[in-house]
Structures are given as structure tokens and as C-alpha cells.
Design a protein around this ligand. Structure first.
Ligand code: 6CS
Length: 338
């Protein structure tokens, strides 16, 4: 006689199989970031989504800048478990995790792209030490990656710190960036991203800093006259998951997330080859009168001297744990530049 199962019995058999084999159910995971879908963070997120969806039944729902609020809002939503993934730059996370401000000690990171990429790939400070610090705030740090050399945009040429005197200069909302631009001679003004274009347009601020792709894509060049490269910083960003969510994933899904992050990481480094030059060309095409200055070594000297003060401030602000991260970061940098 053919054996049949009552539906209730069948359901518990399936549940038992799922529990014993660890087969995960298909979920939708929400991932927010601080830029448009076509910007660097958006390209990374899109690649991550593609990898997850190609290799599992899970889906990723992407939330670009503005759809869920400012950077601080998407971080709160991730910590609360409303979002599963977030891309937030240390420029903002520095207000929550002071050690993350280390990326704003000027002239710490190399300007040479291969050394920079290798640093992000191999750094113990990033891949181990920061993981622990982020975990204390309910965040699983998945990766950090560079988004391009930071340029200053102003109304007047900047050849020395004296040229920044009286310039209200917008910075992301972390205390060390305030120290940096004070040391550079400007009047630092911390603001969320949404207030920058309007602030420049209405002359509430006269300067800000960002990588070239962002100056171009957000049309900030329309409200600025001079772009200056002093070589002081590369825009760093970080991708995280809500830690309870991540810890609760089956091992197979954690591996899927890690593999997808690794693929998106290499993809985004590759995607950025030549992006700075391409973006500056587009800016010049759209606004031929824009002035782009690359400071000489001699012109960089006073900015480099000011950087020493900022490093001291960083240690004052973060104590032993900040000093430990800074020392480790320097070791990691030495390993890729020597
Ligand atoms: O300056 C900012 O606030 C923004 N800059 C970049 C390159 N990405 C996101 C961030 O909000």
C-alpha cells in the first residue's frame, strides 16, 4: 500500500530536515549606502547584490543615498536591525567609533594606487583590529576600501594654509577632521552631506573636500571655482552588517556574504582605475574655466607639518586604543610601501 503523510506531519518532517541540514530559507536583506547607485559605493553594492543573488536564493534590496535619510540615519537603522547591511564612511563613523578617525590623520595613506590597494587588502589594523572595535557597537565590519584621492574645492586658489584663512570649510561630522582643517588654517564646519551643495551655493561655506568622482557626479563643480590636490588623504569607506543578524546566519550564508564582499572588493578597486582622471576631464568639459591645481612637494610641506599636530590630537582623543591602531596601521603601511 502506498504510504501517505498527513500535511501536518509532512511540515514537521521538512522543518526537521531544514534544521538538521542547516538549509537556509530565502530572505530579502536590506543594504543602504551614502551615495547614488552609479557612484563608487553604489557600484560596490550592486556587485555584492549580483554575487549574493547569483549564488543563493536570497535577495538584496538596495537603498541609495537619500532614500532612507542621511548617513547617520542609515547607521542607526542598521544598529537597530531594520537594515542588514550599511556602507558608512569613517568620516561619519568617527563620531561613534573615535579610532576610525585615524583615516583623517593627513598624509598617512600612500598616494600610489597599487600600494594603497594592497594596504586595504592586507592590513591587520583593518581586517582584525577594527573588526573588534566595530563589534563593540553591534556591527560586523565586512570590508574597508578606498574611493579616491581627496581634493579640496574652494572659490579661490589654495597654495598654502594661509589661503584657507577665513574660508568656512565643510567637513564630515567627526571631531578629528575639524582639527585637520583648523591645522590647515581654515574655519572647519561639520555638516551632513545633504547640506553641502546648498551651503556652497548660498556662500554659508566656501570649501569642502571629496574625491573627483563625487565632485563630478554631484555637480559640486557648479558651485566651486578651484580644485586643489594636496595629497593629504584618500576617501575611505566601510561596509558592515548588523552583528546579531550576521552572527545568526548559518555558516554557509556567512561564507556567501564573505565571498561576495571579497569579489565586490576586487571589482571596485579595478573599477576605479583611471576614475579620478576621467572625472576631472568630465568636470573640465562641463566647466572649462575651473582651475585644477596639483600642489608641488614644496607647497605640500606646510600642510605636512600641520599633519603632525593632527596626529597628536588623534592620540589625545583616543588614548591607548587609538595609539595601538595608529601604530598597527603604520606597520601595515610600511609592509606594503617598503
Ligand atoms: O562628503 C560626503 O559626505 C560624502 N562623500 C562621499 C565620497 N561619499 C559619501 C559621503 O556622504
Amino acid at each position: 500500500m502506498k504510504k501517505t503523510f498527513a500535511p501536518k506531519y509532512l511540515a514537521s518532517v521538512i522543518a526537521g530536515v531544514v534544521m538538521t541540514t542547516g538549509v537556509a530559507q530565502a530572505d530579502t536583506w536590506r543594504y543602504a549606502f551614502e551615495e547614488a547607485i552609479t557612484d563608487v559605493q553604489g557600484v560596490f553594492a550592486t556587485k555584492f547584490k549580483e554575487e549574493i543573488e547569483k549564488n543563493s536564493d536570497h535577495e538584496i534590496e538596495l537603498f541609495p543615498y537619500g532614500t532612507l535619510g542621511e548617513s547617520a540615519d542609515i547607521m542607526e537603522q542598521t544598529q537597530a536591525g531594520i537594515l542588514q547591511f550599511v556602507d558608512q564612511s569613517p568620516g561619519f563613523t568617527g563620531a561613534l567609533i573615535p579610532e576610525a578617525q585615524v583615516f583623517f590623520v593627513p598624509y598617512l595613506l600612500p598616494t600610489e594606487p597599487e600600494a594603497l590597494n594592497e594596504f586595504f587588502r592586507t592590513s591587520k589594523a583593518i581586517n582584525e583590529d577594527f573588526k573588534e572595535l566595530y563589534a563593540q557597537h553591534g556591527l560586523e565590519l565586512l570590508t574597508m576600501f578606498p574611493e579616491g584621492e581627496v581634493a579640496m574645492t574652494t572659490q579661490e586658489p589654495v597654495k598654502s594654509p594661509a589661503d584657507l584663512e577665513g574660508v568656512k570649510f565643510r567637513v564630515m561630522t567627526n571631531p578629528l577632521l575639524v582639527e585637520t582643517y583648523q591645522a590647515f588654517g581654515a574655519t572647519p564646519t561639520p555638516l551632513p552631506w545633504g547640506e553641502v551643495y546648498g551651503g556652497l551655493q548660498t556662500n554659508i561655506i566656501q570649501g569642502q573636500e571629496n574625491p573627483a568622482f563625487f565632485i563630478e557626479s554631484t555637480k559640486m563643480y557648479e558651485v566651486t571655482d578651484v580644485i586643489t590636490y594636496a595629497g593629504h588623504s584618500n576617501f575611505t569607506t566601510a561596509v558592515m552588517a548588523n552583528k546579531d543578524f550576521y552572527d545568526g546566519l548559518p555558516a554557509g550564508d556567512q561564507e556567501l556574504v564573505q565571498n561576495s564582499i571579497d569579489t565586490a572588493f576586487e571589482y571596485i578597486l579595478d573599477y576605479q582605475r583611471g576614475l579620478d582622471e576621467e572625472s576631472i576631464s568630465k568636470v573640465k568639459e562641463a566647466k572649462p574655466e575651473i582651475v585644477v591645481n596639483v600642489l608641488t612637494e614644496a607647497e605640500r610641506e606646510p600642510f605636512k607639518a600641520a599633519a603632525k599636530e593632527v596626529e597628536k590630537k588623534f592620540i589625545e582623543m583616543t588614548g591607548d586604543s587609538g595609539k595601538a591602531i595608529l601604530d598597527q596601521l603604520k606597520k601595515d603601511l610600511a609592509a606594503v610601501t617598503e
